[in-house]
Ligand binder design. Structure first.
Ligand code: WTA
Length: 643
């Protein structure tokens, strides 16, 4: 990974940037680290509306933080209403393009009307501040509209990525005790309909607490509507008023819960609140994305993940920017769809993942070369380490060597970007997320918490609370304490390993826990394993991530079938479908390897390290002295890959 090649921002870029030199970055950072409360209060006051001011900026009772205590605010107000008295009122807030090619341009005024109408729909169904709503939708404008309507009323939303199965949806509805589900008949992906409503119907069979389900008609396919419970979005909205004042919510009011994979079989509901979240997300729009009023900004993630929450919806709208939303697949109808969109909308700032970049490299340079990409001025990457080859391609072919690349490191838990180059200031090194943003006290440490020397590797940690940090795990504060704040006492443990080079640059190396990163999506080995062992044919299962050229990692499952079951291709494909049904298609194992036993320690713990070695090199070189049954290794290593 290491490379000494450094890229400095051009004077052209720096001279117009929000932060235009390393001196400016250092002085911002110094102020933010030395007097964090004044620093963040000052930013919050200048850039956001507060109905009433805070009595105190930060209360830190580790691991529980509160920001802007006793202040009242509303994120929907800050993202929309605040712009209506400025020249932005008729500016495009959202430029949307559906996969089939249908488009919508929604101005801030129009967005205000639509959000207010939908908020009144929610009120009309009896939804109240403090309740939870599940949003299971395709990438249509109605998804951000529903999010903003919830935020307006103080209904805590939880967006469930459309690729999740009925089972995963059910778990989330139950965990949150949600009374309302907002969904659609389906959406479009690669020219086909991806149905959503049937999964909702299946999930709701076991969710008696859900009183209402609102269905937006996107595809107009045939769906079942249960009288009383199910309502048509358009019908409800037809007589809804366009007047709906934003609720004055406490700064610590829970804005959303987003589930992510952890090291156990149960996903964690990451809780984000309002005041601190909106402040840091807004700040990173300036520092990281260098956002300007004249920019057309496009984050090509899915709103179902945190990147979409913070950097498709909330961040750009808080900044009064124009955010592009595209519904479908990057290669539909042809592999140049993204480049076509950039050319069509004259996109200036573009944000995507290394997995997408690697897929584009495979499609071939002829696709971007067909298009005029000269509007681009800044490129971003998120979700996994970007390998220098992908970085170079992004820089040369997409950025025409003129655009800085921001390699942004952050997590669902952190709410906003934490480490990233500042595009007008930081000399970048391909593959390094460089330095922490102003006010973020990040470090690379050993297990006892001491900083590693330059050149050393260790765990990436954050030592001080930050405004957009997760507040807890929904319903499980003890797990929050234990997983994030107890591994190294009093310090936030990210779960990532990192290296600090001799210039102080941080290189994030990947997860150190049993969480995989497939196409930038987090998957838990434990969650996959417990899904597999629920299948009647499976005696035991162990799941690992195998390096993959495009998706970063791919899922490989080692399975020991129960007696009487044939370990054949039919069972392998049945198990792959099983996982797709239980979790979602994106979690489907690439490979199932059958064995009559798994390598275990004498105390019965599966030695995943050995399995990892087997899939990467087909042999085991590491320490196997704790292994219980040596012959297992020989049998596993001798096995050919089955697909
Ligand atoms: C990984 C996505 C290296 C990391 C915003 C982290 C990265 C996990 C980077 C969080 C990056 C994210 N370089 N690794 N620039 N960005 N990661 O919660 O392992 O879906 O812990 O949030 O992705 O994934 P999550």
């Amino acid at each position: 990974m290491a490379t000494d090649k450094t890229y400095r921002p051009s004077t052209n870029f720096s001279s117009q940037a929000h932060v235009s030199s390393m001196e400016d970055y250092h002085s911002l950072n110094q102020r933010a680290v030395e007097t964090p409360e004044e620093f963040w209060a000052d930013f919050a006051e200048r850039n956001l509306h507060w109905f009433s001011k805070w009595s105190k900026v930060l209360e830190w009772k580790p691991p529980f933080a509160k920001w802007f205590l006793d202040a009242t605010t509303n994120l929907s107000y800050n993202a929309i209403d605040r712009h209506l008295t400025t020249s932005r009122k008729n500016k495009a807030a959202i430029i949307w393009e559906g996969e089939p090619g249908d488009t919508q341009t929604i101005t801030y005024q129009e967005l205000h009307r639509r959000v207010c109408r939908f908020a009144n729909v929610l009120k009309g169904l009896g939804c109240k501040t403090g309740e939870r709503a599940i949003l299971y939708m395709p990438m249509v404008p109605e998804l951000p509209i529903a999010m903003l309507a919830c935020a307006r009323l103080g209904i805590t939303h939880s967006v469930v990525f459309g690729g999740f199965s009925a089972e995963a949806l059910k778990t989330r509805i139950l965990d949150l005790d949600a009374k309302i589900v907002i969904t659609a008949d389906g959406g479009y992906r690669r020219g086909k309909e991806v149905a959503l409503k049937p999964a909702v119907d299946e999930a709701l069979q076991d969710c008696p607490g859900v009183e209402h389900c609102i269905v937006y008609r996107r595809t107009h396919s045939d769906i079942a509507m249960q009288p009383e419970r199910d309502h048509d979005w358009a019908e409800l909205e037809a007589d809804a008023s366009e007047i709906c004042p934003a609720e004055e919510l406490d700064s610590e009011h829970p804005l959303y819960v987003l589930y992510t994979s952890g090291t156990t079989g149960k996903p964690k509901g990451i809780v984000h609140t309002t005041g601190g979240y909106q402040t840091q997300v807004r700040a990173t729009m300036d520092w990281v994305f260098d956002i300007k009023d004249e920019d057309t900004y496009w984050c090509a993630a899915d709103i179902g993940w945190v990147t979409g929450h913070s950097y498709i919806v909330y961040g750009p709208l808080l900044a009064g920017a124009t955010t592009v939303i595209y519904e479908g697949a990057p290669d539909h109808p042809q592999p140049d769809r993204f480049w076509r969109l950039i050319e069509k909308y004259r996109v200036n700032v573009f944000y995507t993942s290394p997995t997408a970049i690697r897929a584009f490299i495979k499609f071939g340079d002829e696709w971007p070369k067909k298009h005029d990409l000269s509007s681009l001025r800044l490129l971003g990457s998120v979700g996994e380490p970007i390998n220098p080859a992908a970085w170079d391609w992004y820089h040369n072919i997409i950025g025409g060597t003129r655009c800085p690349i921001i390699d942004t490191w952050w997590q669902t838990e952190t709410g906003s970007v934490m480490l990233s180059p500042i595009p007008g200031a930081t000399p970048t090194k391909p593959g390094s997320a460089t330095f922490p943003l102003p006010g973020i006290v990040a470090d690379v440490v050993t297990m006892d918490g001491s900083s590693v020397e330059s050149g050393g590797e260790g765990f990436l940690v954050i030592k001080k609370p930050w405004p957009s940090m997760m507040r807890t795990i929904w319903g499980d504060p003890e797990r929050f304490r234990q997983q994030y704040w107890s591994q190294i006492p009093g310090i936030y443990f990210t779960g990532d390993a990192a290296r600090r080079d001799s210039d102080g640059y941080i290189w994030v190396l990947g997860r150190v826990d049993d969480v995989m990163n497939v196409s930038g999506h987090r998957l838990s080995t434990a969650e996959l394993e417990s899904s597999l062992v629920r299948h009647e044919a499976v005696a035991e299962a162990a799941v690992i991530g195998k390096p993959h050229e495009v998706t970063g990692q791919a899922v490989v499952a080692f399975v020991t079938p129960k007696k009487g079951w044939e370990a054949d291709e039919a069972l392998a494909s049945e198990l792959r479908e099983w996982v797709a049904n239980e979790i979602g298609k994106f979690a489907r194992p690439e490979q199932i390897r059958f064995s009559d036993g798994l390598p275990k320690t004498r105390s019965g713990k599966i030695m995943r390290r050995l399995l990892r070695e087997i899939v990467t090199s087909d042999k085991v070189t590491g320490d196997i002295t704790t292994l219980e049954d040596l012959s297992v290794i020989e049998r596993l290593a001798g096995q050919q890959e089955d697909d």
